[in-house]
Design a protein around this ligand. Structure first.
Ligand code: VTB
Ligand code: MG
Ligand code: MG
Length: 331
């Protein structure tokens, strides 16, 4: 008989985090076959398919709450889908290929990503835009705010970081809708990094000192906001998010998903509460992760995995041997 292990409950937890890496590795490997081939839907489909299969080997009773869409529009990893082998009840947020266009063009920063929370831990964000503002750890709560003018946010941040505004690096998606905000940052004297796609890693960058990003500002996918919040729960940092409703249909849909106050500004712990885990694998090279590299016999993957409970962040380099395990079965 096995000896009594007072940390047994934790062991399940810990192992689950590493299991998630297998899931993101599988999606990244599948997507990597489509890098630069100009077909973002094929890349996305390959990632979704591989991730879905990989979940079949994970010992959870998971419900997809942030997924590929509604049941009638997404065949796999749709919202409400039950996944996993059976095990602890949990909610799952996925973006099997965050950066489909980047992948199709062979650009930078595409990742495969997953987050896990205890049942009820994630905001059930509809697939609409979310306004986001994020800064790294160690700053006073509320130092920046979605409702404050850009110049004021930058001034406060520079003051707290004891630097000049022109030392600050802002990160945002390169979109026409951000024109005014970008101009306001430039007028205030800050520097800016414009991303083609991929605001999950853009937001996470604020909490990675080596990324050199001081603040993320701008609107992107709400599901991506929840995934980024899951990561920040583990590594610290502030993210404020507010859903952006463009029409009545979206408001109604959100109400059905339990969102009663459309104006609400969500903090990290309101988007990703309780015990949370986050994993991502690079598809193409980025500031956070290296992309999938093909070798003569297989591929090398680079992943990050973290847990809110311990705050431990691990980088995992996976060397996959396709002679023993073809890419389709890497999970
Ligand atoms: C962002 C970005 C994603 O969607 O969330 C973005 O991180 C927002 O939508 O990679 P727009 O492209 O319409 O600006 C993606 O680009 C695609 O999911
Ligand atoms: Mg996606
Ligand atoms: Mg996405």
């Amino acid at each position: 008989m096995a000896e009594y292990d007072p940390t047994a409950g934790l062991v399940v937890d810990r192992n689950l985090a590493l299991e998630l890496v297998r899931v993101t590795e599988a999606a990244a490997l599948a997507a990597s076959r489509w890098i630069g081939r100009g077909d973002k839907n094929a890349a996305d489909g390959a990632a979704v398919d591989a991730m879905r299969k990989a979940f079949d080997t994970v010992a959870i009773s998971g419900t997809v709450v942030i997924g590929e869409g509604e049941m009638d529009e997404a065949p796999m990893l749709y919202i409400g889908e039950q996944i996993g082998l059976g095990g602890p009840l949990c909610d799952i947020a996925v973006d099997p290929l965050e950066g489909t266009s980047i992948t199709a063009k062979g650009g930078t920063n595409a990742i495969a990503t997953v987050a896990l929370a205890e049942r009820g831990g994630f905001l059930h964000a509809p697939d609409i835009y979310m306004d986001k503002i994020a800064v790294g750890p160690g700053l006073p709560e509320g130092i920046v705010d979605l409702d404050a003018p850009v110049a004021e946010n930058l001034r406060e941040l520079a003051r707290a970081k004891k630097c000049a505004i022109n030392d600050l690096m802002v990160c945002t998606l390169d979109r026409d809708r951000h024109k005014e905000m970008i101009q306001a940052c430039r007028d205030a004297g800050a520097r800016i990094t414009l991303l083609g796609d991929g605001d999950v890693s853009g937001v996470i960058a604020v909490s990675q000192p080596e990324a050199g990003i001081d603040i993320y500002i701008g609107s992107g996918g709400a599901p991506e906001g929840v995934l980024a919040a899951a990561a920040l729960r583990c590594i610290g940092g502030q993210l404020q998010g507010r859903l952006l409703f463009e029409n009545e249909e979206q408001t109604v849909r959100a109400r059905e998903m339990g969102i009663t106050d459309p104006q609400r500004k969500y903090r990290v712990d309101e988007m990703a509460a309780g015990n949370v885990m986050f994993a991502a694998t690079g598809v193409t090279n980025g500031a956070m992760l290296r992309g999938v590299r093909r070798t003569a016999s297989g591929a090398v993957t680079h992943s990050i995995v973290m847990r809110s409970k311990s705050g431990t962040v691990r980088y995992v380099e996976g060397h996959h041997n396709f002679a023993l395990k073809p890419a389709a079965f890497v999970a």
